[in-house]
Every structure is written in C-alpha cells, then in structure tokens.
Design a binder for this molecule. Structure first.
Ligand code: SF4
Length: 212
C-alpha cells in the first residue's frame, strides 16, 4: 500500500519530478527552516485562535448533519480523514471545515491569492476523501462538497468550486499517476516554465531541469 498525503498533490501539481525527489531524498535543515517553519507557525496560531473560541469538540458525523454553520479545524481535533483507491491510501487533514444546510466546505489556507493548480488539487483531494467516504450520507442530507482556498493572512476566500464527478476523476487519475511514479519510475511529465527550475532545491541533480 502506498500512503499519499493530500498535501503532496500540491507539489505534484507544481512539478512531478520535484514531488518525486522530495519524497525520495532526505530533507536538509536549510530547506525545512524557512518557509515551512513560517507556514507551520501561522497554522499553529490559527489553531490556537480557533481553540480559544470553541469550548466543545464535535464528532465528524454530527458535524456533517449540521443545518446551521458549524466550523471544525481537524488539526485541533482527533478527526482522521482517509480513503483507499486501489493500492493508494490517501490521507490528510484540511485546515478547516464548515458545515451548513447546503454543504460541507473544505477550506485550505495559503500564503498567496493565486489558485495555482497544485493548491486546487490539494483542496480537492480533501474533498475527494470526504466525498468518497460519505457519499451515501451526503446524498441523504442533500449536501454537496465544496473546495475553498483562503488567504491565510487576510482571511479572504479567493477561489471556490463545487466538487464534481469530473474533479473526482481528475484526483483519482493523479493518485494513480503518483503511484506509477513511485512503482515504475514513470516521470515523463516535463516542466515548461523555466522559472520553476530557477532556485529549485533540486536544480543540480534533476535530469528534467529546463534551464540547461
Ligand atoms: S529542477 Fe525543474 S524539473 Fe527539476 S525538480 Fe526542480 S522544478 Fe522540477
């Protein structure tokens, strides 16, 4: 079984080879010390603010049934999200979930205002888990699943889409492609944007660097 975190789809959407090399190369402290630590600090602060406001935890099944707006931060609870697709176990915890009479809203905080492909894939991978694991109940409740991207500094929602069958097929296809990358080293997708390779952690060792 190959375990893939929903957050990995963000990097896979940016560059297949970068995702593969990150997954198979030990991380150095210089890489983990800057933007990842800043992101973690912001995330921890948002969790702290949320926990200061909320006095009771809620089970996910009860959360799904809510008819008035309820907010859940999975990292601040014991909720675990996972679903299996063939040989892949997809796991992940979105930054925040909302539930109301019309749907379940998956909210992912990002440091930008651009809905890049990787960001869209990541938030829809969480939606994929929730949809696949609760399809029947969602149908009974008459609720749809939505993916939302929010700027982590201003709180502004800058991208929002309903989860659809087409998106379901895209996410499943990406998961199977990631599995193929890991099992048979199928890494043929090419980067065309030179700016992606400029300053990339792997620019020296990557065979797909388009700057050369
Ligand atoms: S050098 Fe370019 S192709 Fe290679 S991993 Fe980095 S971004 Fe991807």
């Amino acid at each position: 079984m190959t375990v893939i975190r929903a957050s990995e789809l963000s990097e896979f959407g940016y560059c297949q080879k970068k995702w593969f090399l990150n997954r198979t190369t030990p991380k150095d402290s210089a890489f983990t010390s800057s933007h990842l630590l800043k992101g973690q600090q912001v995330h921890d602060e948002l969790d702290r603010q949320f926990m200061a406001k909320v006095t009771t935890s809620i089970r996910f099944q009860t959360f799904m049934e809510a008819t008035r707006r309820v907010v859940m931060r999975p990292d601040a609870s014991d909720a675990v999200f996972r679903t299996q697709v063939g040989e892949v176990l997809l796991i992940g915890k979105p930054d925040e979930l909302w539930s109301d009479s019309t749907g379940i809203y998956v909210v992912e905080d990002k440091p930008h205002f651009s809905a890049w492909e990787g960001y869209r894939l990541q938030v829809m991978a969480y939606a994929f888990i929730i949809f696949r694991e609760n399809q029947r109940k969602l149908g009974l409740l008459g609720k749809k699943v939505f993916g939302l991207l929010r700027n982590r500094d201003t709180g502004e929602i800058f991208w929002r889409r309903p989860y659809t069958k087409e998106i379901d097929r895209v996410i499943e296809g990406k998961l199977l492609a990631m599995h193929k990358c890991l099992t048979v080293r199928d890494l043929t997708e090419k980067v065309t944007n030179k700016r992606k390779c400029a300053g990339c952690r792997f620019e020296q060792k990557c065979w797909g660097n388009v700057q050369r």
